[in-house]
Design a binder for this molecule. Structure first.
Ligand SMILES: [Zn+2]
Length: 232
């Protein structure tokens, strides 16, 4: 019985790698050392991150149109802000912009000796239109909730329509860690933070930290802002 359990785990891991590999083939994969040539390296700045309790994190963000002013600069700065704070995803509401835009930058698995690779993607006006019945549980953290993390149950696979940075439409399937990060960032566009999805049992252990955060009592190693005065 134990042997079959091990085989099942190996099979699941293999399937996960296959699914991830199909995503890895994306033309958006870039080498870390080529990042200086990335489009996301011009006119960049580091934004302060809006922290839990800020009104903008509870708003439903709005779609943008092609021709949104200074979109290239905004995206460059979002990537720069995300990497500077060691995040793997950043949604526009986290920098105070209530628009339906998020970025992800994830390290990809490479063979021994190969240079590191990143998957960088921009999601504009995304719509997740399908969720798998299968779910998985994994710990999550958030730049808007510094210092906290907790297990969250999410569907393993999603289907999503979105525009990229050139407003070209895509319809893709993501699974595993990519699907989790995308769902987390997508939630920000809906005014949801991951602690809203934590089980009531686990949330008890977060309550003290969350109420401290609402009073502005938190610390982080990156620049933050909290518009508590705007709380209803
Ligand atoms: Zn977040």
């Amino acid at each position: 019985m134990k042997k079959w359990s091990i085989l099942l785990v190996v099979l699941l891991l293999t399937l996960t790698r296959v699914c991830l590999s199909s995503t890895i083939d994306s033309s958006l994969c870039i080498k870390l050392e080529n990042k200086n040539n990335s489009t996301y390296n011009k006119n960049k700045m580091i934004y302060p991150i809006y922290v839990y309790g800020s009104k903008v994190l509870r708003e439903v963000a709005v779609d943008i149109t092609d021709g949104y002013p200074n979109l290239g600069d905004l995206l460059s700065s979002m990537f720069y802000t995300m990497y500077s704070s060691e995040g793997v995803g950043l949604a526009a509401p986290q920098i105070g912009e209530s628009i339906r835009v998020f970025t992800i930058g994830l390290p990809l698995e490479v063979a021994d000796g190969e240079p590191p690779k990143m998957l960088e993607k921009v999601f504009i006006n995304p719509q997740i239109y399908s969720y798998s019945d299968s779910v998985c549980t994994s710990p999550e953290g958030c730049l808007s909730l510094p210092g906290l993390s907790s297990d969250v149950v999410r569907p393993t696979t999603i289907k999503i329509r979105y525009c990229d940075e050139n407003f070209v439409e895509h319809d893709d399937t993501f699974t595993g860690f990519f699907a989790r990060v995308i769902q987390h960032e997508y939630d920000h566009l809906e005014g949801i933070v991951y602690t809203d999805r934590v089980s009531s049992e686990l949330k008890v252990s977060l309550e003290s930290d969350l109420s401290s955060m609402l009073k502005g009592d938190f610390s982080s190693e990156y620049k933050t802002i909290q518009d508590l005065d705007d709380l209803p």
